[in-house]
Design a binder for this molecule. Sequence first.
Ligand code: DGL
Length: 227
Amino acid sequence: MTGIFDSGVGGLAAYFELRRLLPREDIIYLADRKNAPYGTKTKDELIALTKKDIKRLCDMGARQVLIACCTASTVYSELSEWERAIATPIITPASRVAAEGERIAVIATEHTVRSGAFGKEIRKFSQASEVFERAEQLLVAMVESGSRDGRISGECEGEIRQIAEWVTDIRADTLVLGCTHFSHIESTLRELLPCVKIVSPAREGAKAIKKKITVQNATGNGREIYI
Ligand code: DGL
């Protein structure tokens, strides 16, 4: 069984991708709404929450865990050896793909931008790439509250337009959805930025954890548990 967690609905994009890749895998999805948002937490608070989420999923039977939250993925290196062996962060696989671009825009939470995690990781794969990061913490709450009926509010649409203008102004060729909540506005961003490559850490993370799942583990019953 694979565990996936996020502070809320963001990690669902990773869940859908993993379900598509491994239809029979048993998956348990944890949305830690009680402690959301993660993006405004301190590093120490995030380490404690990430450890707790991994333990909770493992206690329920998960053999591997996808950290489907970019903010929590920024503290991956602070986890114990055991936790790092069990858990897969999503910033690294997404950065590998993003690094194919020359001018890379990243929208993320306050904490993720402050940590500079995407910039550091992308430069490991390409020294030549330029990275521009923008915090969009309010958009997290807009997506979280608007996602249940699938509609985008006027306020949210205005924010998305501003992001599109910023991406155009800085002449980015690549846009990283550096907070998984933004997967829910991906189609609107695609319409506004048809020539920009959009990288989804949620999807890249799902592809990365698939490699960790053995054939034996992937012969479950396609069970789904949401907590
Ligand atoms: N979805 C999360 C991320 O990828 C965090 C959103 C939040 O709780 O601030 O960073």
